[in-house]
Design a protein around this ligand. Structure first.
Ligand code: SF4
Length: 440
């Protein structure tokens, strides 16, 4: 139990990897200003909720959670509770109306002002700031990593794409690319601290551009960082994935054979109304180019069914595309309206039961494909980065292949953090089973 009172913070993070990376950044800003990380929420003098608003449900959930935690103030009157992230950005001052107990609300470009906000919280009238600052890229910080083996390095912030269903451009602001030198410094620092697997993060990493350095340039620079063994990146956008990027992926030995490339729909008309900026044919050709260049590449995707106005034929185009492209795995969603987006004003909403029916069909199809693809791994030898003990059995270890598949195999916990060659013996759902051949 920590004895010193007044400067222990705890951050509870919701949503995507960008939010996880932002929490690591906020933690570093606090530590640089004399705060210390609490071992758990009960020990904290300062609780920060880093929130997600991608769907209304996510927003409602976190607002409910914050309200529940307010009762802690009765036992600990000095406790401060703040809200940051996408809900803070979207609702700003309104959050203080929803819950008067919240001490401060800071939007995504305001994290550097956190120490000052905390210092003057009781004397300043203003408890919220969600102004966008398109210059803010949070350079020259060293995130306080929460993972043990995989480090996430933010390369771009914000998004300029305005897909018609997506709230992100309104909560994260305009796209900006961080300095290549800072990204390389962070990657090197993470590698030297023992993180061997680095993921470069952005809403659309492919459009990275800082002072003429493009995403393929950046990948080459990070590939030269000695202490790193594997490089991944999310998320890619099909309209910005260049031939040069495919070539750099092919040549760079540390860039893993996996890409997550959201397709969203297999129908060009729907893609147009989603404002995705590519056709179904362009997407399909891209996948061919990727597989021609890197035959063993694993490709995963995102798909939305039941977008407003989607006909049965247009949905069938998506099904056909899934059969043709045979993704390793897919995250599949039924469309849900997000207030504040362009698509929220679209007519011809697809009835809920049809959206559900289409989602079930798609999931059935993809489950069959994923099962076959995973079964085909049997007999192969894979390099596995051992990340921990398996959740199901303490006698087994769990790790990831270069092509982003989870492998579980019997082994001693001393192997955690090392690279092991594993022969794949079976596939159960989205998990490969194996036996250890050798340790590198
Ligand atoms: S690319 Fe589209 S879906 Fe992705 S964050 Fe930007 S607007 Fe949203």
């Amino acid at each position: 139990m920590e004895k010193q009172q007044g400067n222990l913070f705890y951050i509870e993070t919701y949503g995507c990897q960008m939010n996880v990376a932002d929490s690591e950044l906020v933690a570093s800003i606090l530590v640089d200003n004399g705060y210390r990380q609490a071992s758990d929420i009960d020990a904290a003098d300062l609780i920060i909720f880093n929130t997600c608003t991608v769907r209304q449900h996510a927003e409602d959930r976190v607002i409910g959670r914050i309200s529940n935690e307010m009762s802690r103030k009765k036992q600990k009157p000095h406790l401060k509770i703040g809200v940051i992230g996408c809900v803070a950005q979207r609702l700003g001052e309104k959050l203080l109306e929803v819950n008067a107990g919240i001490d401060f609300v800071l939007g995504v470009d305001q994290y550097k002002s956190l120490p000052m906000t905390l210092r003057f919280l009781d004397s300043w009238g203003v408890k919220h700031c969600s102004d966008f600052n398109s210059e803010q890229s949070y350079e020259y910080h060293s995130p306080l990593r929460s993972g043990k083996h995989n480090a996430f390095v933010t390369i771009t912030r914000g998004c300029d794409n305005y897909c018609s269903y997506c709230i992100v451009p309104y909560t994260r602001g305009r796209e900006r690319s961080r300095l290549a030198s800072e990204i390389v410094r962070e990657a090197r620092q993470a590698g030297e601290a023992g993180f061997r697997d680095i993921t470069l993060l952005g809403q659309n990493v492919n459009s990275y551009n800082n002072r003429g350095a493009t995403f393929p340039d950046l990948l080459e620079m990070v590939n030269d960082v000695e202490s790193i063994r594997r490089i991944r990146f999310i998320t890619s956008h099909p309209k910005d994935l260049s031939a040069r990027l495919i070539s750099v992926m092919q040549k760079s030995n540390k860039v893993c054979e996996h890409i997550h490339l959201p397709m969203q729909s297999g129908n060009t008309e729907i893609l147009k109304r989603m404002n995705r900026g590519y056709t179904a044919r362009h997407y399909w050709k891209l996948i061919e180019k990727l597989r021609d260049a890197i035959p063993n590449i694993a490709i995963t995707t995102d798909v939305i069914v039941g977008f407003p106005g989607e006909t049965e034929e247009q949905f069938d185009d998506t099904m056909e595309m899934m059969k043709r492209l045979r993704f390793d795995a897919a995250f599949m969603f039924k469309y849900s309206v997000r207030e504040g987006t362009e698509a929220a004003g679209f007519e011809n909403e697809v009835p809920e039961e049809i959206r559900l029916e289409r989602l079930k069909k798609l999931i059935n199809l993809q489950t069959g494909i994923t099962t076959e693809k995973y079964q085909q791994q049997t007999g192969l030898t894979k390099e596995v980065y051992v990340e921990g003990v398996s959740k199901k059995s303490t006698a087994e270890l769990s790790g990831k292949t270069r092509d982003a598949k989870v492998v579980v195999f019997p082994g001693d916990s001393s192997l955690i953090g090392s690279f092991v060659n594993v022969e794949i013996t079976d596939a159960i759902g989205w998990t490969l089973k194996g036996r250890q051949l050798s340790k590198e």
